[in-house]
Design a protein around this ligand. Structure first.
Ligand SMILES: [Fe+2]
Ligand SMILES: [Fe+2]
Length: 253
C-alpha cells in the first residue's frame, strides 16, 4: 500500500524553528504595561497551551508504536519533535515574559492549571492519555485515537485557541512581538499535523460510530476554552472540522 506520508516529514524538516532564537526583549518590557484584563486573557490562553502542549507531547509514543508503516512512524516522530518544541516555547513565554512562578516547567504548569477550565484539563490530561493507553493495548484503534488527537484536539481546540491568541495579541494596547511570532510558528506546525491526521482518517475505513464520535467529541471539546473563545470562533472551528472530515471522505449529513 502506498500511503505517501513521507512528504509530511520533508515539510516538517523544512520548517524547523528554535524557540530560544526568538527575541522576547520587547515582550518582557511590554508585559507590565498591559491592562489587568489583557494580562488575564493572555494568561488564560497561555495556561491552556502550556497544559495542551505538555500533554500531547507525552502521548505520541503510543501512536508511533501503532503506525501502519515506516513513513507514518516517521511522521509521528517528526510531530513529537514539534510538540516538544511547542511545550518549551509556551513554558519559556510563561516564565520569561509573563513571570509565572516556579523553578521547573512542572511547577509552572501547576500554577497555570488553576487558570484553565477543568474541562480543558480533563480533555488533555485524562481523556487523551486514556485514549493513548487504549491504543498502546490494542493497536487496532489508531483511527479513533487520531480522531481525538489530530482532528478534535489539534483541529478544533488548539487551532481555535491559536486564532484567538493571535487576535488577542493583535488587539493589545502594547505589542508582544516575540509571543506573536512563536504562536504563528506553532500554528504553521499544527497545520501539517492536522493534514497528516486527516490523511490517516482518509485512508481508513470509518464506521458510522467513529464518524459520529469525531463530531460529538468536537462539539464538546470546542467549548473547553470557556469565555476565552467567542461563539463565532467556536462555530468557525466546527465548520472547518466538518469540512475537514468531509474532505477525508466521511459522510454523516
Ligand atoms: Fe503542538
Ligand atoms: Fe500538534
Amino acid at each position: 500500500m502506498i500511503t505517501g506520508y513521507r512528504h509530511f516529514v520533508t515539510l516538517a524538516d523544512s520548517i524547523q524553528w528554535d524557540e530560544t532564537a526568538i527575541d522576547y526583549t520587547a515582550d518582557r518590557a511590554a508585559w507590565p504595561r498591559l491592562t489587568e484584563t489583557e494580562r488575564t486573557r493572555v494568561l488564560g490562553l497561555l495556561a491552556g497551551f502550556c497544559i495542551a502542549e505538555f500533554a500531547v507531547a507525552g502521548q505520541l509514543d503510543a501512536y508511533r508504536a501503532a503506525a501502519l508503516d515506516d513513513s507514518m512512524e516517521a511522521c509521528f516522530r517528526a510531530q513529537a519533535r514539534d510538540e516538544a518544541r511547542h511545550a518549551r516555547f509556551f513554558d519559556l513565554v510563561a516564565a520569561d515574559v509573563a513571570g509565572v512562578p516556579g523553578d521547573t516547567p512542572a511547577q509552572r504548569l501547576d500554577v497555570l492549571r488553576d487558570r484553565a477550565a477543568p474541562e480543558l484539563v480533563d480533555l488533555l490530561e485524562v481523556r487523551l492519555p486514556e485514549t493513548a493507553r487504549r491504543l498502546a493495548d490494542d493497536r487496532q484503534d489508531l483511527t479513533s485515537a487520531v480522531g481525538l488527537y489530530h482532528m478534535v484536539i489539534e483541529g478544533v481546540v488548539l487551532l481555535a485557541g491559536q486564532h484567538a491568541m493571535l487576535a488577542t495579541l493583535d488587539g493589545l494596547s502594547v505589542a508582544l512581538p516575540g509571543m506573536h511570532k512563536g504562536v504563528e510558528l506553532v500554528l504553521r506546525d499544527e497545520r501539517w499535523h492536522i493534514g497528516f491526521g486527516s490523511r490517516i482518517v482518509q485512508s481508513a475505513d470509518i464506521c458510522p460510530t467513529e464518524a459520529d464520535a469525531m463530531l460529538e467529541q468536537a462539539e464538546t471539546a470546542a467549548k473547553v476554552w470557556g469565555d476565552l473563545l467567542t461563539e463565532d470562533a467556536i462555530e468557525t472551528a466546527m465548520r472547518q472540522h466538518r469540512r475537514r472530515l468531509k474532505a477525508a471522505g466521511i459522510k454523516f449529513w
